[in-house]
Design a protein around this ligand. Structure first.
Ligand code: SF4
Length: 195
């Protein structure tokens, strides 16, 4: 005989002991259900850094699906990394909600280019994007690099192109970025972490 949970408690309150009720077959179905398996069992865990701001909190990313050829991996859980020296397991609401933008159908996954005057974005390969950026930077630098200022003082500067670096870069990556940009004479360089 099956009864609802509410009815089960009514029966018990009416004077019948719960154990006796179970013996008589009045136990509700839910009470006999097996415990749920821990949801992070059998997931693949990857450590990463939150990309939202310059704090650079550590994350643990869990995905389902192994690396078999016919299995598609999907990220389904993100939490703070307790071993991370910066955040020690904490994430602010933006970082804790990162799962939504990682899986968003609107997420940009490849370079796109919109020609001047066009209203259409065209997909590029990463190689094409790198080539195009390098070509445009060289053309601009060749045309605008200044060795000396109006007073004849050596300045070796390039003021017509700037660079915005990633906020989640480590100190070492930030230092290399700074050195690379400065070696070209570039002065307009910024980073959310203020390298
Ligand atoms: S979790 Fe929040 S505080 Fe930490 S890096 Fe991401 S956005 Fe910044």
């Amino acid at each position: 005989m099956q009864v609802t949970r509410r009815k089960f408690f009514k029966i018990c309150a009416g004077g019948m002991a719960g154990t006796s009720a179970a013996v008589l077959g009045f136990a509700p179905v839910n009470a006999l259900a097996a415990p749920r398996a821990y949801k992070l069992l059998n997931t693949q865990e990857v450590r990463n850094t939150c990309t939202y701001c310059s704090v650079g909190c550590g994350m643990l990313l869990h995905s389902l699906g192994d690396t078999a050829r016919n299995a598609k991996r999907k990220l389904f859980h993100i939490e703070g990394d307790p071993d991370h020296p910066v955040s020690r397991g904490a994430l602010c609401p933006k970082g804790a909600g990162a799962l939504d933008y990682v899986n968003s159908p609107n997420r940009l996954r490849y370079p796109e280019y919109r020609a001047p005057g066009s209203d259409k974005w065209v997909r590029l390969s990463w190689e094409e994007a790198y080539q195009r950026i390098a070509k445009l930077m060289k053309e601009d630098r060749d045309a605008n690099f200044q060795e000396k200022n109006a007073a004849g003082v050596t300045v070796n500067r390039w003021l017509t192109t700037g660079m915005l670096a990633a906020s989640a870069a480590s100190n070492e990556a930030g230092l290399l970025t700074q050195k690379w940009a400065r070696s070209l004479g570039m002065l307009a360089l910024d980073n959310q972490a203020r390298v």
